[in-house]
Design a binder for this molecule. Structure first.
Ligand SMILES: Nc1ncnc2c1ncn2[C@@H]1O[C@H](COP(=O)(O)OP(=O)(O)OP(=O)(O)O)[C@@H](O)[C@H]1O
Ligand SMILES: [Mg+2]
Length: 241
């Protein structure tokens, strides 16, 4: 697994807490605590990806993991918020492509529809599905209402056309995917991305599952791995490695 450290990063546990449905989850530290060490880690991750951009086109960066609950959404949202802040001249989009249980909208405290599902079903316009997030420069396409056949929708020609159109409209697109092992969705969309990042929950995801996920994603443009240290007893703000 030597290639795992191409863009490896270690993200600390970030504390949440109760909130109202319209409020931003406090774990979106790049927004709620931009001066924190945790937010700095997302900036480091972002600049690592940015350095890779000198070597290859990385317009569409997709995030997945082996199994559910490893921190894909938290990482994708913080990364996209960081990207939107970093380069005022670039248009940045976050797409929630987890059509089974998309959580991007809930993390940001925004409405989850209309979004990707409605756009793919031709039930709304792109301008309704893609919305600016509050006063930031980040544009967000939430997942929409869970469709009956998410894999089929993601594998459709319409989805390919949509990604092509989005590539025209944005300089950076971050895609939050479902986990790779239980569903085909991640490999279908991962193949259409320029770079795939695999999130690994430190001390929780087994090595076997990480290996299996990487096997599932064979042939994908894998660019690196993020170790997400979401351990209740983890020391705060561990160093990057
Ligand atoms: N670094 C972290 N610090 C604190 N909590 C975390 C961290 N990473 C993840 N969590 C929490 O763990 C849970 C799962 O995280 P998240 O939703 O980002 O994972 P996911 O991989 O997107 O899950 P799913 O597969 O269900 O989409 C959430 O409650 C999230 O806030
Ligand atoms: Mg998720």
């Amino acid at each position: 697994m030597e290639n795992l450290d191409k863009a490896s990063n270690f993200l600390d546990r970030v504390d949440g807490g109760p909130r109202s449905p319209n409020a931003v989850d406090r774990r979106m530290v790049t927004l709620t605590a931009p001066a924190s060490a945790a937010a700095e880690q997302y900036r480091t991750l972002y600049y690592r990806i940015e350095r890779l951009r000198d070597l290859k086109t990385l317009k569409v960066v997709a995030l997945t993991s082996a199994v559910p609950g490893e921190g894909k959404t938290l990482t994708a949202v913080n990364l996209a918020l960081t990207a939107a802040r970093a380069n005022p001249d670039r248009r940045v989009l976050l797409v929630d492509a987890d059509m089974r249980r998309g959580q991007v909208a809930s993390c940001l405290g925004i409405r989850f529809w209309p979004g990707l599902a409605e756009l793919l079903a031709d039930e709304c316009q792109a301008s309704d599905a893609v919305r600016r997030f509050k006063s930031t420069r980040l544009m967000v396409m939430p997942s929409g209402k869970p469709p009956e056949e998410p894999t089929q929708m993601l594998a459709s020609a319409r989805m390919r056309q949509l990604l092509k159109a989005l590539r025209e409209g944005f300089e950076e697109i971050y895609v939050d995917l479902p986990p790779a092992l239980p569903f085909a969705d991640a490999s279908i969309l991962g193949a259409q991305a320029d770079g795939v990042v695999v999130v690994v929950r430190a001390n929780v995801t087994s090595q076997k599952n990480v290996r299996l996920a990487l096997e599932h994603l064979k042939g994908m443009p894998f660019i690196g791995c993020v170790l997400n240290g979401a351990q209740p007893d983890a020391a705060p703000y561990l160093k990057l490695y």
